[in-house]
Design a protein around this ligand. Structure first.
Ligand SMILES: [Zn+2]
Length: 213
């Protein structure tokens, strides 16, 4: 009987320890400006220089809205194996999308509350459609668009700016110039939705897609 109690206590303490460990992993210092951390799982072996360029393009769009983006490569951190915290997001770069037409380049997975942590980017479709754009510019714009879904929710699409559901020639021209941005309203909404305190979260279900014509 005594042994059973000892075993029970160990399980209980182990569970508490796990919760505390998760809390510690999710802890973030209050910083100014507000920031998000994006874990990138690169399953297509994109060249690191291209990747850095794409990340800088996307980060620049968020910086205009007063949000800093910290990038983490899943190949270099075990943090990708734990659930993301409230200010953390995961981009998975995969060769091809499982759903949608060839002109759908990304998909964000949103919960019933319109919030999400995970998005896929379909690299081969981007590469095949890049035209005169550099792949880094297009990739960076898609990173920003899908992260926009995760921060803005299911009604994130607009007629103007980076959250247009379909990018036509004018949008592509502005991506090339680096000025297809979030609208001022979207910038404000994203900052408002960022948590003031970093906590562990759960989510998933629902989608937001991006196409190009
Ligand atoms: Zn979209």
């Amino acid at each position: 009987m005594e042994d059973e109690n000892v075993a029970y206590n160990r399980i209980w303490l182990g569970w508490v320890g796990s919760v505390l460990l998760c809390g510690a992993a999710c802890w973030a210092q209050e910083d100014e400006p507000p920031s998000i951390t994006v874990f990138v799982n690169n399953s297509v072996g994109i060249d690191q220089a291209v990747f850095r360029h794409a990340e800088n393009e996307a980060a620049g769009l968020f910086r205009r809205g007063g949000i800093e983006v910290h990038w983490r490569n899943c190949a270099e951190t075990s943090d990708c194996r734990r659930p993301p915290c409230s200010n953390e997001f995961v981009l998975h770069i995969v060769p091809n999308g499982r759903t949608g037409s060839d002109f759908v380049f990304g998909e964000a997975f949103l919960g019933p509350d319109g919030r999400g942590r995970y998005a896929d980017v379909f690299f081969n479709r981007l590469r095949d459609a890049q035209g005169s754009l550099s792949i880094a510019q297009l990739l960076g714009a898609v990173f920003a668009h899908e992260l926009g879904h995760l921060l803005l929710g299911s009604r994130a699409h607009t007629l103007m700016g980076i959250m247009q559901p379909i990018w036509r020639q004018e949008a592509l021209r502005r991506i090339a110039m680096g000025n297809l941005t979030f609208t001022p309203e979207q910038q404000r909404m994203m900052k408002d939705r960022l948590p003031s305190e970093t906590v562990a979260v759960t989510s998933i279900a629902g989608r937001g897609r991006l196409g190009l014509q």
